[in-house]
Design a protein around this ligand. Structure first.
Ligand SMILES: NC(=O)C1=CN([C@@H]2O[C@H](COP(=O)(O)OP(=O)(O)OC[C@H]3O[C@@H](n4cnc5c(N)ncnc54)[C@H](O)[C@@H]3O)[C@@H](O)[C@H]2O)C=CC1
Ligand SMILES: O=C(O)C(=O)COP(=O)(O)O
Length: 530
């Protein structure tokens, strides 16, 4: 039974699927401190959060059973991604579910700012009928600068056009072609600062975007600018903004987010007559909360059940078409890696993977992860997964080298895994996916073989002499282990040869020792593939 902890307020309707799952127990406990979370997280397989819970390295370290952290929303700046990756915890988010809602909140803030609605409301309900102070501005024919044209920024631009606004858009990934398609003007940050009447930010908070708009930008800014931030606190320098408002450069600001949330009661934004604020409500609609909770619950279920998932933040994204092509090879890749690791007795310094045939023209990184996982998990056990395997390999100075060849001899696809060791005792295992026959190992070192990679195998290297097969069969038979299949490969008559037996159950270690003691047998190794 998997245990999932929900530590922020997340829609019940959205997580219904998780609550209904027979193999999952959901526990809801919100408002926990870091210490409280550290104390209990060890029992849980997954943690579901929004932006309040800070998922720190301490929490991730204490979460010894943790497989996934699900963020019911977009921003993952409250999660220590590096620590999660190191510990093999998949971090997933729900990037699409709150786009429209946050865009609409941005628009609500934009209009409230243009017409002083919160200030007018407060004065009116306090009993003053003031029709002079709150002279607003129209949006029509004004210029809106959008910094960050991702999901939310693009939707804001679309709606602003319907209000008759001209859009200046800046995003490092915005091309001229896409800008034209969206009927916005591609601009620089400087163009926006100098020419816009309103400016809205929709970027994540990164080292590059932190204080993107600060004193130097305010100093040259077009007078009367109005600024909206429904993205992340810290993108616009809070103190510099207050100064710019007080100097009459900026006419007003509307902020949903703060550098530190919740802000201290003496934060200069609170009670400033020209700044309106909301408490990080951008994503807070019934619809968005259901959407993000559904998305994240489905993904967490996939991860817990070892099924393919998308939207992992700490694994590079894979295009669906590529995924479709690669997925059938994941299990074969992992088994090849595991097989190679089990027959390699020296420390591995390089994992060399060669993809040939069908696999040579796709981005094979996701498959490489499965192979590396297979190699490392033989020694490192369940601590290795496709999230942390590359990091673990690097931290152990194991190089991963990938080569590709468009053609293979006799196979439409071939994956060859060579484990290189410092003592030059390299081992090679190659496999293919045969239409109708499934996974096969077809090459072991230099010997052609045909083995279904599953269950228990014994790999024996011997000299090519008559009578060896009989000796081995007799010894294995004596301990009552059934041999399901046997193959012998050699390159030269009378030279070195290789025998591989598929057996029905594990063979005790002392039998392997007895096998090696037989004449003409050099090594005997057991390989277990699940
Ligand atoms: N207030 C709230 O409740 C909510 C806030 N957000 C926040 O809104 C922001 C945007 O979310 P989405 O549009 O979904 O993300 P997105 O990933 O679709 O868009 C972000 C865009 O920012 C751009 N960007 C990155 N660095 C930049 C830079 N230096 N200058 C200009 N653009 C840059 C990226 O290229 C990308 O196109 C995120 O920070 C997210 O956390 C999202 C949902 C709700
Ligand atoms: O999705 C995001 O990035 C948000 O900022 C929304 O945060 P929340 O889930 O409302 O705490």
């Amino acid at each position: 039974m998997f245990k999932v902890l929900v530590s922020d307020p997340i829609s019940d309707l959205g997580i219904q699927k998780l609550m209904d799952a027979e193999d999952v127990t959901v526990v809801k406990q919100t408002g926990l401190s870091e210490d409280e979370l550290v104390a209990i997280i060890g029992e849980y397989d997954a943690l579901l959060v929004r932006s309040q819970t800070r998922v720190t390295e301490r929490i991730l370290t204490a979460g010894t059973n943790l497989k996934a952290v699900g963020r019911a929303g977009v921003g993952v700046d409250n999660i220590d991604l590096e620590a999660a990756t190191k510990r093999g915890v998949v971090v997933i988010n729900a990037p699409d579910g709150n786009t429209i809602t946050t865009c609409e909140h941005t628009f609500a803030m934009l209009m409230a700012l243009a017409r002083h609605i919160p200030q007018a409301y407060a004065k009116t309900i306090a009993g003053t009928w003031d029709r002079k102070t709150f002279l607003g501005v129209e949006l029509n024919n004004k210029t809106l600068g959008v910094l960050g044209m991702g999901r939310i920024g693009s939707e804001v631009a679309k709606r602003a056009k319907a209000f008759g606004m001209n859009i200046l858009a800046y995003d490092p990934f915005l091309t001229q072609e896409r800008a034209e398609k969206m009927e916005v003007t591609l601009a620089s940050v400087n163009d926006i600062i100098l020419n816009a009447d309103f400016m809205t930010v929709h970027t994540p908070l990164t080292p590059e975007t932190r204080n993107m708009i600060s004193r130097p930008q305010f100093e040259v800014m077009k007078k009367g600018m109005r600024i909206i931030n429904c993205a992340r606190g810290g993108v616009i320098d809070e103190l510099a903004l207050v100064e710019a408002i007080d100097q009459g450069i900026v006419a007003g600001a509307a902020f949903d987010v703060f550098e530190h949330e919740p802000p201290q009661s003496d934060h200069p934004f609170l009670n400033h007559p020209l700044i309106i604020v909301t408490p990080h409500l951008g994503a807070s609609t019934i619809e968005a909360q259901e959407n993000v909770a559904i998305d994240v619950s489905e993904e967490v279920l996939h991860i817990l059940r070892n099924e393919p998932f998308k939207n992992a933040v700490n694994i590079p994204p894979v295009a669906p078409t590529v995924m479709k092509k690669l997925q059938p090879y994941f299990s074969l890749g992992e088994k090849l890696g595991s097989f190679a690791a089990q027959i390699t007795t020296k420390a591995v310094s390089e994992i060399h993977i060669d993809y040939a045939g069908d696999l040579s023209d796709v981005d094979t990184l996701p498959l490489t992860r499965y192979i590396v996982k297979g190699v490392l998990s033989y020694h490192l056990g369940n601590d290795v997964n496709i999230v942390n395997c590359m990091h673990l390999a690097k931290s152990r100075d194991v190089n991963i080298v990938v080569s590709k060849a468009p053609r293979t001899k006799g196979f439409t696809n071939l994956i060859s895994v060579t484990l290189k060791t410092q003592s030059d005792q390299d081992r090679l295992v190659a496999g293919t996916l045969l239409q109708g026959y499934g996974e096969r190992i077809v090459l072991l070192d230099k010997f052609p073989v045909d083995i279904a990679p599953e269950g228990h195998q014994i790999l024996i290297s011997h000299n090519d002499k008559p009578g060896i097969i009989g000796l081995v069969g007799t010894l294995i038979g004596k301990i009552d282990v059934n041999i399901a299949s046997m193959q012998v490969g050699r390159t030269l008559v009378g030279g070195s040869a290789l025998m591989i037996l598929t057996v029905d159950k594990a063979v005790p270690k002392d039998v392997l020792v007895q096998l090696v003691a037989l004449q003409e047998i050099n090594t005997a190794q057991e390989i277990i593939l699940n």
